[in-house]
Design a binder for this molecule. Sequence first.
Ligand code: FE2
Length: 160
Amino acid sequence: MSVADRVPGVSEYGSVDPAPPSKVTDVELLRKTLIDENEKMFQRMRSVFSLRNKRSDDAVQALCDGFGSGSALLRHEIAYVLGQMQNPSAVTKLIKVLRDEKEHVMVRHEAAEALGAIGDRRAVDTLKEFMSDSQPEISESCEVALDLLALCITDENVDW
Ligand SMILES: [Fe+2]
C-alpha cells in the first residue's frame, strides 16, 4: 500500500500537491495536455503529476517538453517533480534550465535542487559554477544540491 492510498491528498511521493494526478495514463495524451497553452492550468498540472507517477523515461521526456511552456509556474512544478522522480534521463535538460540566465529564478532554483536529488555527478560542474551566482535563490540551491549529492555518493571520496 502506497502513501497515496493511506493518506488522502498525499501523493505516492509523500508530497501534498496543488492538483490531483490526472486519471489519464497515456503518456502522449498527458504530454498533449501539458503543452497545450489553451488548456486550464489545473488540468496541465494534473498531467504533470500523472506523468510523475508513471516514473518512466518517456514520461520524463514528456515533462521535459513542458519546459517550452510560457508559464513559469508550470515550469517550476515540472522541475520539482523531476527531482522527485530522481530519473537520470532528466539531467541534461535540468542542467540546461539551470544554465539559462533568461529563465525565471524560481525555475532555476528548482532545477538546481532537482539535480541534487537525482544525484548524478554530471551535474557537479554546473552546480559548482552557479554556487557563485549573484542571485541567492540560485547560489544557495546549488550549495544545497551539492551537499545532497555528496551525501548520496558514498562509493568514492568526494572533495568539493
Ligand atoms: Fe522550490
